[in-house]
Design a binder for this molecule. Structure first.
Ligand code: PMP
Length: 325
């Protein structure tokens, strides 16, 4: 039955946004009669949150908009480390050269930090989607070895891990960090994120977006969320707990999987046929996973199945299904 289907295809947060968000939106609704490009009230909060000057913060309609802005500004020869997030491959759609550097080694996401001679733009998701992560010192090695290119660290899941390199941005004019309210604050539908970069970098990329690019209601939702960060900290630790429980379960049942710091786990099967059988088994049991690249990754073949972390009840059903397999 359609209403019983558990959709674990996407890494959006499965719980609805708390009511205190919309209950406090009145002022933003009233003031939405005018444009609010780059509103100081949010920028100042973000600058304080990350301990950076406010001139280094630029608000975007999610990380996706920021990714496209960087591609438009610098993307002539774009590189990324795969498997990873699909939107970096928009570089190809916009007529640029796009190169994938396969970086899985024994089910571990392990990037090379060497100079990529030809690159004008390099994307690294950290923590990575579908899985894996790069230690902070390696991220900095990549940036230092590639001063001829712009290196973009996509921290869309940054609130789930202690890996952020935001504190380094002030020293490097060839880097930027992207952050999002979609995951750590559970509001993907509000389309709000931000870039942290030096003003000379921002002055180039900002011309690649609309001048007033984010809805004022979304700005309001982000401010209210930041005023209630404790709620979201609890939400994140709840998700991490469920994820770690799923990883323990998979480990003790003999599954190979990629260690994860985000709200998804990738299971690796011996071959594409085994991956397909597992994916179909889940589907027959009312659980939709992401098979191979699904809709949001590049660089995964069909021997990989990605499970987004659902709520406790959904994951209980997932475990029960696996126990019957
Ligand atoms: N970057 C990565 C690595 C992602 O996985 C996602 C969402 N799936 C995004 C960016 C998109 O973020 P936003 O909703 O802020 O555009």
């Amino acid at each position: 039955m359609a209403d019983k289907i558990i959709n674990l295809q996407y890494t959006t947060i499965k719980d609805p946004l708390p009511d205190f968000i919309y209950k406090n939106l009145e002022k933003y609704s009233q003031e939405a009669n005018s444009y609010h490009p780059q509103p100081l009230e949010l920028i100042e909060r973000l600058a304080e949150r990350h301990q950076v000057p406010k001139e280094m913060v630029y608000v975007t309609a999610g990380c996706d908009e920021a990714i496209q802005m960087f591609i438009h500004a610098f993307g002539e020869r774009t590189y990324t480390f795969t498997p990873t997030y699909i939107v970096y491959s928009d570089a190809k759609e916009f007529g640029n050269k796009f190169t994938e550097l396969y970086s899985l080694n024994n089910n571990k996401f392990d990037i090379s930090t060497e100079k990529i001679k030809n690159a004008t733009l390099i994307f690294l998701a950290n923590p990575n989607n579908p899985s894996g992560f790069t230690e902070k010192c390696k991220v900095m090695e990549l940036i230092e070895n590639n001063t001829h290119a712009k290196v973009i660290i996509d921290e869309a899941y940054g609130d789930f891990a202690e890996l952020s390199v935001i504190d380094q941005v002030i020293k490097y004019s060839n880097m930027a960090v992207l952050r999002s309210f979609s995951k750590g604050f559970g509001m993907a539908g509000n389309r709000i994120g931000y870039i942290i970069a030096n003003p000379e970098v921002l002055s180039v990329v900002k011309n690649k977006a609309q001048w007033s690019n984010v809805s004022y209601l979304s700005i309001g939702a982000a401010i209210i969320a930041l005023e209630n960060e404790k709620y979201f900290e609890n939400m994140r630790s709840g998700i991490a707990e469920v994820r770690d429980d799923i990883m323990d379960f998979l480990r003790s049942n003999g599954y190979d999987f990629l260690p994860s710091k985000i709200n998804a786990v990738v299971i690796k099967f011996a071959n594409e046929m085994k991956g397909t059988i597992f994916f179909n088994y889940l589907k027959d049991n009312g659980i939709v996973a992401s098979h191979g690249n699904g809709f949001s990754n590049i660089g995964l073949d069909k021997s990989f199945v990605r499970i987004a972390v659902g709520n406790k009840n959904q994951m209980k059903k997932f475990k029960e299904s696996l126990q019957k397999l």
